[in-house]
Design a protein. Structure first.
Length: 278
């Protein structure tokens, strides 16, 4: 009887130990890890809406940084349906409209932001729109206003300097460009504009040295030289158009004599008309 009882106890301990070992089996460990993963996922879903909202907004910004503007418009629409809108979201929307060629809609969006916290960015966007339209005077004015509101924005300063270079005013472009260079020394767009400035100022060796030091690809260098040639050619043409017409028509004293000479100028060379002397 005692032996049977001891056997039962031993069997029970064996079953218990077997159960313990089964808890540490690979299948159970996988299940535990899966449960932990599900708990973490649920915790992410249970976070305050603000966290998810910010993650979504950051994703939209990343898309625009990668020039995925068409896709960003769709996500901005979805974002606004879920979370509403803010001046920053409206500015991102305006940037996307401008980048996708919807200029009139972009202009309307930018103008709606001129009196709020995104005013500097809105003036910048309006400046870029006017530059695309070839309205250099208005573009420069808008970019100056953006820089006035936010004077340490290197991108705006660089765009302002380019607009001034494009308008033929290298002297005015120098200060904002040098400010941009010191504020964002590694910005490739700023470096490209600096190289263009050197070329337009007649300092080709310095421009080439800068492009070499920055390891600019050959196609980028070619584009900078192409822009320099286009700007120079356009301003030579504009200078010629602005020159006054100094040609002087010969005038003969006396009423009849003056009338005769003007008539002779209007007649074709083969008219056969001979002027008679009075």
């Amino acid at each position: 009887m005692k032996l049977q009882k001891l056997s039962s106890i031993a069997l029970g301990l064996l079953v218990l130990c077997t159960g313990c070992s089964s808890l540490n089996s690979p299948a159970n460990e996988y299940a535990l890890r899966n449960d932990e993963a599900l708990q973490r996922q649920q915790a992410e879903l249970d976070r305050p809406a603000l966290d998810n909202k910010q993650v979504y907004l950051d994703m939209i910004k990343k898309m625009q940084e990668r020039s995925m503007y068409f896709a960003s418009i769709a996500h901005i629409d979805a974002y606004q349906k879920s979370y509403g809108t803010t001046p920053e979201v409206q500015r991102l929307y305006a940037d996307a409209l401008r980048a996708t060629g919807q200029d009139d809609a972009a202009e309307k969006q930018y103008k709606a932001l001129l009196s709020g916290p995104e005013a500097a960015a809105a003036w910048h966007g309006l400046g870029l729109l006017e530059a695309q339209r070839g309205k250099s005077v208005t573009a420069i004015s808008n970019l100056r206003e953006s820089s006035r509101i936010n004077p340490t924005n290197a991108v705006v300063l660089s765009d302002l300097s380019y607009a001034l270079l494009n308008d033929g005013d290298s002297n005015a472009a120098r200060v904002p460009l040098m400010q941009a260079v010191e504020l964002a020394p590694g910005n490739r767009k700023v470096i490209s504009n600096l190289a263009l400035f050197f070329l337009l100022s007649g300092d080709k060796p310095k421009a080439e040295s800068l492009m070499k030091e920055a390891n600019m690809p050959a196609d980028v260098r070619a584009e900078i030289f192409k822009r320099k040639d286009a700007i120079s050619k356009r301003h030579v043409q504009l200078s010629k158009q602005a020159e006054p017409d100094n040609r002087v028509l010969p005038v003969v004293a006396g009423g009849n004599g003056m009338q005769l000479q003007l008539q002779m100028q209007l007649l074709p060379p083969s008219s056969g008309v001979v002027a008679r002397s009075e």
